[in-house]
Design a protein around this ligand. Structure first.
Ligand code: BGC
Length: 445
């Protein structure tokens, strides 16, 4: 039997664009994901977040489900274009929605964990240059300050950005996420400004002197393994790690970008003149915790025909419906490494979960044993890590319910609650019932 200590947080996570819907309601203006999803060929079958899980109208029912599952925390994000539909124009109606959810959560003894940016950049900001414009740091800080002022002491756990790697590299270099650009230099500029905006938001947060409130950032981290002992594969793996992990961890915890990666990237992206004096001190401002999202490992080999001369390959472990290998040891490895090389700050696993091809039975049940195994495997590693003093304070399972899975639209189901997207009916999967038991007993059997 594996036990969790009494203050351990068992949470569930979602994000605004993936669940809210109500895309044009109460003054919300479009984000880059509205535009991207409506651009033919970008998202599976042209799916959009226009309606999504209709959470904007069903949030009370959804909080009741959280209560039923028994979580003590819920992580969600705020849609920036709901709060500021135009530059400098505050929309109280948009903020009211989040105040209502927070009231509902607190009434049910569920701690709200708020993320300020989960990729839905307002179109007005994009039209002014988006993350490529250094002024985006200021726009984000202004947005953050307004949210801190309005939500105030009701939120005790704040996170600035979710996975800056995705917003920068997937969105600006690989082009598979909004805004869909394909330019390495842009990705590095976007990443730098996102990190700077994190520093600016944390700095602003400190001025409020909130009682017992904490702030941090969430990074998606992957443990990387070489396919062989050959030097070229090992070096390729280190480069993969350089962009996926170290490009974000080093500035935050060491106030520098990794030198080996700078040398490689300068050839692809030109001079780093967008990094100004003092920037790295601002990025490495003290945080209260680190959020880690972990889904799978990366298996890497040398590959001549790619920009950074590496390629991630599929190993032969069991895979989820995303074709991601299931490897809980990778979570273990990445946390041990964080402790050795980067930080002693408290850690929250801010996302972990899996998509599978769920089958709804005639009795309206979903027997998702594979998902239960996936979650169980990762939770066991957390117990193990904590027994060794890793100080992981909580676990947010991704996701509360099936939702808009970005480029995959509604075709990939990550929820522990099934959503019938035609009727918006919610059905607890077996994994939700299993998670409820784990939470209630604070034990994995
Ligand atoms: C993101 C989520 C996403 C999940 C599964 C994470 O990268 O933060 O928004 O749904 O992974 O792909």
């Amino acid at each position: 039997m594996e036990r969790f200590e009494k203050n351990f947080i068992f949470g569930l996570a979602t994000s605004s664009y993936q669940i809210e819907g109500a895309a044009a309601e109460d003054g919300r203006s479009p984000s880059i994901w509205d535009t991207f999803s409506k651009t033919p060929g970008k998202v599976y079958k042209g799916h959009t977040g226009d309606v999504a899980c209709d959470h904007y109208h069903r949030y009370k029912e959804d909080v009741e489900i959280l209560k039923e599952i028994g979580v003590n925390a819920y992580r969600f994000s705020i849609s920036w274009p709901r709060i500021f539909p135009e530059y400098g124009k505050y929309n109280p109606k948009g903020m009211e929605f989040y105040k209502k959810i927070i009231d509902e959560l607190i009434r049910n003894d569920i701690k709200p964990t708020v993320t300020l940016f989960h990729w839905d950049l307002p179109m007005w900001a994009y039209n002014m240059g988006g993350w490529l414009n250094r002024d985006s740091v200021k726009w984000f800080q202004e947005y953050a300050v307004k949210v801190f002022e309005e939500l105030n002491n009701s939120v005790k756990l704040w996170t600035t950005h979710n996975e800056p790697f995705c917003a920068s590299v997937l969105g600006h270099d690989l082009g598979i996420h909004a805004p869909g650009h394909k330019n390495t230099r842009e990705a590095l500029i976007a990443a730098h400004h996102i990190l700077l905006s994190h520093g600016a938001a944390v700095k602003a947060f400190r001025k409020f002197n909130f009682k017992d409130s904490k702030i941090g950032i969430i990074l998606n981290l992957t443990s990387c393994y070489s396919v062989s002992d050959a030097k070229e594969d090992i070096d390729a793996t280190f480069r993969y790690d350089g962009l996926a992990n170290r490009w974000f961890l080093d500035p935050i915890f060491k106030a520098s970008y990794p030198q080996d990666m700078k040398e490689v990237l300068i050839k692809l992206a030109g001079e780093f003149d967008f990094i100004k004096d003092g920037d790295l001190q601002k990025i490495s401002i003290k945080n209260d915790f680190l959020g880690v999202n972990y889904y799978s490992r990366a298996l890497v080999k040398f590959f001549q025909d790619s920009k950074l001369n590496y390629q991630s390959v599929k190993g032969n472990l069991k895979k989820t419906a995303m074709d991601w290998e299931i490897y809980p040891e990778g979570l273990y490895d990445i946390i041990i490494r964080l402790r050795k090389e980067y930080t002693r700050l408290p850690i929250y696993v801010a996302e972990n979960g899996a998509a599978f091809n769920d089958v709804l039975s005639e009795e309206k049940q979903i027997n998702d044993v594979e998902r239960i195994d996936y979650i169980k495997g990762h939770l066991m590693k957390i117990v193990d890590l904590n027994q060794q003093g890793a100080d992981i304070r909580g676990y947010y399972l991704w996701s509360l319910m099936d939702n808009f899975e970005w480029t995959y639209g509604y075709s990939k189901r990550f929820g522990i609650v099934y959503v019938d997207f035609k009727t918006q009916e919610r059905i607890l999967k077996d994994s939700a019932l299993w998670y409820r038991k784990v939470i209630k007993n604070r034990t994995i059997e």
